[in-house]
Design a protein around this ligand. Structure first.
Ligand code: SAM
Length: 219
C-alpha cells in the first residue's frame, strides 16, 4: 500500500474505534506549537496502551519517555483513582509541557513526572510497590538497560511494551548499524534470551508510518 492508503485506513480506524478527545488533541496542538517533535504514538496505539493497562488491571505504570504527555494521558486514564503513572523525561521543556497537558486532561493527580535521564531516575524507583505495566519509549540505544529495570521494578506478570521496534524495516536490515537500530535489536535479543521475559512483536502501519511494538510479560 501507499502512504495515502494506510493513512486513510488509520484515520478510518481512529474515527471508528478511538474517536476524538479535546484534551488529547489539545496536547498535540500545544506540543506542535512548542516545536516538540511529533513522535508520540498514533491514537490507535495510545488506545492500545490504554486497553493493555486496563486488561492488566494496572494500578502502577512506569513510562520511560514522556514527550508532551500524550501517551501518558492514555495510560493515566486507564488507572483507578488511586493509581499512578511515573513517567521519566530528560528534557525539562518536554516535562513542563507534559505537566500542562496532563493537568488539562484532568489526570495530573495520577501522574508523577520525573525529570532527568532515565538511567539516573530508574534506580531511585527501587523499593516501591512493583509496576504493573512498563512502557519503554525513549532513547533506543538504552533499551536493554530499560528492559533490565522493567524486570527489576516489575513482578511476575508485569506487562512490558517497547515502542518503535520496526523502524520502517531497518530492524531486519543487518547492514544498518545506526545506533538506534542496534539498540532496538539488542533489546529484542534480550527479550529472547533473558529468562525474565516472554515476548513477541507486531509490525504497525499507521499515520506515523511503518514501525512495530514489542510486547512482553515478566515471568
Ligand atoms: N511516549 C511519548 C508519547 O507517545 O507521547 C513519546 C516519547 S518520545 C518518542 C521520546 C522522549 O524520550 C523524548 O521526549 C525525549 O526527550 C525523551 N528521552 C530521550 N532520551 C531520554 C533519556 N535518556 N531519559 C529520559 N528521557 C529521554
Amino acid at each position: 500500500p501507499t502512504p495515502e492508503v494506510w493513512t486513510r485506513v488509520d484515520h478510518y480506524l481512529t474515527d471508528t474505534l478511538v474517536g476524538h478527545d479535546a484534551a488529547l488533541e489539545a496536547a498535540l496542538t500545544d506540543q506542535s506549537a512548542a516545536a516538540l517533535p511529533a513522535i508520540e504514538v498514533a491514537p490507535v496505539n495510545g488506545k492500545f496502551l490504554h486497553l493493555l493497562a486496563r486488561i492488566a488491571g494496572a494500578r502502577r505504570v512506569l513510562e520511560i519517555g514522556t514527550l508532551g504527555g500524550y501517551s501518558t494521558i492514555w495510560l493515566a486514564r486507564a488507572l483507578p483513582e488511586d493509581g499512578v503513572v511515573v513517567t521519566i523525561e530528560a528534557e525539562p521543556a518536554h516535562a513542563e509541557l507534559s505537566r500542562a497537558n496532563l493537568a488539562r486532561a484532568g489526570v495530573a493527580g495520577r501522574v508523577e513526572v520525573r525529570v532527568g535521564r532515565a538511567a539516573e531516575v530508574l534506580p531511585t524507583l527501587a523499593g516501591q510497590d512493583p509496576f504493573d505495566l512498563v512502557f519503554i519509549d525513549a532513547d533506543k540505544e538504552s533499551n536493554t538497560l530499560y528492559l533490565d529495570w522493567a524486570a527489576r521494578l516489575g513482578r511476575p506478570g508485569t506487562v512490558v511494551v517497547v515502542d518503535n521496534v520496526g523502524r520502517s524495516g531497518q530492524v531486519a536490515d543487518l547492514d544498518d548499524s545506526s545506533s538506534q537500530v542496534v539498540g532496538v535489536r539488542a533489546g529484542l535479543e534480550m527479550l529472547r534470551d533473558d529468562p525474565r521475559f516472554d515476548a513477541t512483536a507486531l509490525q504497525t502501519l499507521d499515520r506515523k508510518g511503518w514501525d512495530g511494538i514489542a510486547l512482553a510479560v515478566v515471568r
